[in-house]
Design a protein around this ligand. Structure first.
Ligand SMILES: *Cc1c(COP(=O)(O)O)cnc(C)c1O
Length: 416
């Protein structure tokens, strides 16, 4: 059974001050997750987790992760600013962008971030701008890989990374142009619950490390396994054992890297795995509607959490105070957008819900608030960090109409 680390009375207290909907992040959960990750890879001297900022771009979260030793994975100017303001600077930032503008490269190079090139043509793009740094990472797309799942699609169809031939050529060119430090990056899956994903990805990349050493005389200094480790959204799914993953990568590392007298740092760029399970969207039942189906209308919408609308993603729902009540039927849990895909759940078995009940939507800590938007004039909700004593601290206030109108002057007449 999926549980919630706070109770109905906690929420009743919180809502005396703050209206629903809002996000709650469980600080202790995130801490333990990161601590375990570092333990699982403690055999690797240079190990670093570069948290994918896009998953949860909040400075309170980044400051916490910085304290735990993490860097960040960024793909835009605001993500770099956010990292730096949170104390994460220089090589603790991995700039893994694609279709990058010159301005973004200028900012990333100036910040001292590690630049991860998505395409071979970007070498010339950077060189022409006088921006080619001493450390360069290249993103690899092998075209096929046994472990890819549906969100990422077939790798032939994904826009990311370089082919094998391009990657090898890119390394030869970069060496010739005076680049001194090299890394290889690959992300070949999304939300993968198989413990052998990282080990098999590592094996694939390590074979390139050995080949580039032999053929090009390049010693790759780091391998970035990127993100892709999944979390159990459904109650019947099992969480990934991160210690088994670390042990699996170690075996491949020892055989292919260590036994060949080499050494390199392992990096990860997880987002979902780090914060996903520790974020909760709290919303209130507003209306019950009975037409051809049964609907529970809530005060959150897919502007607050768009994964169900976008990918038909499953998010578990707990009705607070009714955790052990029997299901009384199937319901669609819906938001207020003028869009029929604005549903958090379809045909979900739920206990009897009274108007005013609090519903907790699980696993909303990654790509949740981050993917929020303002469609239908919906204002983005607040975010709170919860400590181990169940005290909450606001880490982002809810938007107001003034924020919504911030990019235009509605009181002025425009003459087009
Ligand atoms: C999205 C992304 C990640 C994080 O992926 P998760 O599935 O959240 O772990 C890491 N690296 C890059 C380049 C990404 O685009």
């Amino acid at each position: 059974m999926k549980t919630v680390p706070f109770s109905l009375s906690d929420v009743q207290n919180w809502t005396k001050e703050y209206p629903t909907p809002f996000y709650i992040y469980d600080e202790e959960g995130i801490k333990k997750c990161v601590t375990d990750l570092y333990k699982a890879f403690s055999w690797n001297k240079g190990f670093c987790e570069y948290f994918a900022v896009k998953a949860l771009p909040n400075p309170a979260i980044l400051r916490l992760l910085n304290k735990l030793g993490c860097g960040t994975d960024c793909a835009s100017e605001p993500e770099i600013i956010l990292s730096e303001k949170s104390g994460i600077t220089g090589k603790k930032i991995m700039f893994s962008s694609n279709q990058t503008t010159l301005r973004e490269y200028e900012i990333a190079v100036k910040s001292g971030a590690i630049i991860n090139l998505d395409d071979i043509t970007h070498i010339e793009f950077l060189e022409n701008a006088g921006l080619l740094p001493e450390t360069v990472c290249c993103r690899y797309n092998p075209g096929k890989f046994k472990n890819t799942n549906e969100i990422m699609g077939h790798l032939y169809d994904t826009k990311f990374g370089m082919t094998y031939e391009q990657l090898k050529e890119a390394f030869a060119i970069l060496k010739q142009k005076g680049v001194k430090h090299f890394g290889i990056h690959a992300m070949l899956a999304s939300c993968c619950l198989e413990e052998d994903y990282y080990p098999r990805l590592a094996e694939e990349i390590f074979s390139l490390v050995l080949e580039f050493k032999k053929d090009l005389g390049i010693e790759v200094e780091f391998v970035d396994l990127s993100g892709g480790i999944g979390i159990p959204y459904k109650p019947e799914e099992k969480a990934v054992d991160i210690f088994a993953v670390g042990e699996g990568v170690k075996k491949v590392y020892d055989r292919m890297i260590k036994d060949n007298g080499l050494e390199l740092a392992i990096f990860t760029e997880m987002g979902r795995y780090i914060t996903g399970p520790y974020g909760y969207l709290v919303t209130k039942a507003l209306h019950y509607k009975h037409i051809y189906k049964e609907y529970i209308g809530v005060d959150a919408s897919c502007c607050d959490l768009m994964r169900p609308a976008m990918y038909e993603a499953y998010h578990h729902i707990t009705v607070l105070g009714k955790e052990t009540n029997e299901a009384v039927g199937k319901f669609d849990v819906v938001g207020s957008l003028c869009e029929n895909n604005d549903k958090f759940a379809v045909d979900r078995k739920l206990p009897h819900i009274d108007i005013g009940d609090f519903l907790v939507i699980h696993d909303a800590g990654a790509h949740g608030h981050a993917m929020g938007y303002n469609y239908n004039g919906k204002l983005r909700c607040a975010e709170f960090m919860m400590d181990k004593t169940k005290n909450i601290k606001m880490i982002r206030r809810a938007q107001t109409p003034k924020d919504y109108f911030a990019t235009l002057d509605i009181d002025k007449e425009f003459n087009f």
